[in-house]
Design a protein around this ligand. Structure first.
Ligand code: C2E
Ligand code: CA
Ligand code: CA
Length: 419
């Protein structure tokens, strides 16, 4: 018999299921595992109403997938949109492959999913899912502890004083391993706290209106660096991440055109990465801004593709040049058929739309080989390199050249021969 030990950190839970007997069965199992307070809801709407009444969300939610009205997936999307953070378990009597896809989707939403379990539920199944539970942990909190809260004034000062700098992560050709570009990722080099990752200050910058200055500061530094690399015979493209809010800023385009002029760069040397979700929303005519940027020659990349539920029609009307497949569909794709299917269909779609395809989050040689055989163009991930300060790139590049034979398509020695 499982013991209650592993679940003793979970004090309260919410069970959402339209079938009363199944709901009560789950409640009984949770009680056996020592969960003290258990809320019940018969459908998605009831669950949302209940959560709105609670000060803190419960420590766990067990959600049935198929329910009349709002189904489990829609409920989870709503929870994500409302910023409700709690560990989730989904339960369904449907086939394991469907459950696995749902689990992947929830992970891609950035939600903390402990498991997708096949009904009938048992203590053993719940226990094994609860093994993934870490008190206070969720996906967005897995990074280093941010330390004391960051305040707006500190952030404004940090932007003005150029404490926020780009680290650069290489983007390489998947067939040959050759460096094609880099992505600039913001890092706050804090005088006391060391390197602070972007997740800890970008949301604040967006909330308090500092994001425009931050984006311009990142662009300025990235362009300056690109000009240096180009002058040293390294004509790589530099990608910069844009907040959806930048696209709503009327003077945004003029500001980056001014910067281009100042650094004597052509617009096609830059790639602007925008997340899939933010362009489909088209707030404040962001589509119009994207079209104007494209007309000026900037490369436009759809970032985190696969997490935003956009359709091919929606994407086809936006003048993108690149599709970046989210790492939740890349990492582990060589051993998970569901991920492979999503990955391949994204690659096929991008090819039909004549977009450059980029896979992010490549960590293993097995996933790298899979991408080679799937026809992906560009790869990025810890297997190749982590983001690094600009001055480390030449050293990395030397070591990387020695690795090229290993990264090249197997059987290709890299020597061009006549047909
Ligand atoms: P993103 O644009 O999706 O960037 C990719 C993130 O994945 C980066 O995290 C990168 O370090 C990480 N990564 C790269 N390869 C791997 C891998 O193989 N495995 C794993 N597990 N992770 C990998 P980072 O640098 O912490 O950035 C997080 C997010 O912050 C970015 O996600 C982007 O959305 C945002 N961000 C970063 N810099 C800026 C910026 O200047 N402006 C704006 N608006 N957002 C930024
Ligand atoms: Ca990006
Ligand atoms: Ca991404």
């Amino acid at each position: 018999m499982p013991t209650a030990n592993q679940s003793k950190q979970i004090e309260s839970a919410l069970v959402v299921d339209d079938s009363a007997p199944q709901r009560q069965h789950t409640v009984r199992l949770l009680q056996e595992l020592g969960v003290e307070v258990i809320y019940e809801a018969g459908n998605g709407n009831e669950a949302l109403e209940l959560l709105a009444l609670l000060k803190l969300p419960p420590g766990l939610a067990v959600i049935d997938l198929e329910m009349p009205g709002m189904d489990g997936i829609e409920l989870i999307q709503q929870l994500q949109q409302k910023g409700v953070e709690m560990p989730l378990i989904v339960a369904s009597s449907r086939e394991a492959s469907l459950l696995q896809s749902v689990e992947t989707m929830i992970q891609a939403l950035g939600m903390n999913v402990l498991g997708a379990l096949q009904k009938p539920l048992s203590s053993e199944k719940l226990m094994s899912a609860l093994h993934a539970f870490k008190p206070g942990g969720n996906v967005s909190q897995k990074r280093a502890d941010p330390g004391p809260a960051i305040c707006e004034d500190d952030l404004a000062l940090a932007i003005a004083e150029r404490q926020i700098v780009p680290f650069y992560q290489p983007k390489v050709d998947v067939q040959t391993g050759i460096l094609k570009g880099v992505e600039a990722l913001a890092r706050w080099i804090h005088p006391e706290r060391g390197v602070i990752p972007p997740d800890h200050f970008i949301p604040l910058a967006e909330a308090c209106g500092l994001i425009h200055d931050l984006t311009i500061a990142m662009m300025d530094q990235a362009m300056q660096q690109a000009a240096v690399w180009h002058s040293r015979g390294l004509p790589i493209k530099v990608a910069v991440n844009l907040s959806p809010l930048s696209l709503e800023q009327p003077d945004f385009m003029q500001r980056i055109l001014d910067l281009l002029g100042r650094h004597s760069l052509a617009a096609d040397r830059l790639v602007l990465e925008i997340t899939e979700g933010s362009v489909v929303a088209n707030k404040g005519n962001s589509l119009g801004m994207l079209a104007r940027l494209r007309l000026k020659g900037f490369g436009l990349s759809i970032d985190d593709y696969g997490t935003g539920f956009s359709s091919m029609q929606q994407l086809a009307r936006i003048p993108f040049t690149e599709l970046k497949i989210d790492r939740s569909f890349v990492h582990g794709a060589h051993r998970r058929k569901n991920l492979r299917v999503i990955l391949q269909s994204a690659l096929d779609m991008a090819q039909r739309l004549e977009l450059v395809t980029v896979a992010e989050g490549i960590e293993t040689i097995e996933d790298w080989r899979l991408l080679q055989s799937s026809g992906c163009n560009i790869g990025q991930g810890y297997l190749i390199a982590k983001p690094m300060p600009a001055n480390e790139l030449p050293i990395w590049l030397k070591g990387h050249h020695r690795r090229l034979p290993e990264l090249r398509v197997e059987g290709d020695d890299g020597i061009a021969r006549p047909e």
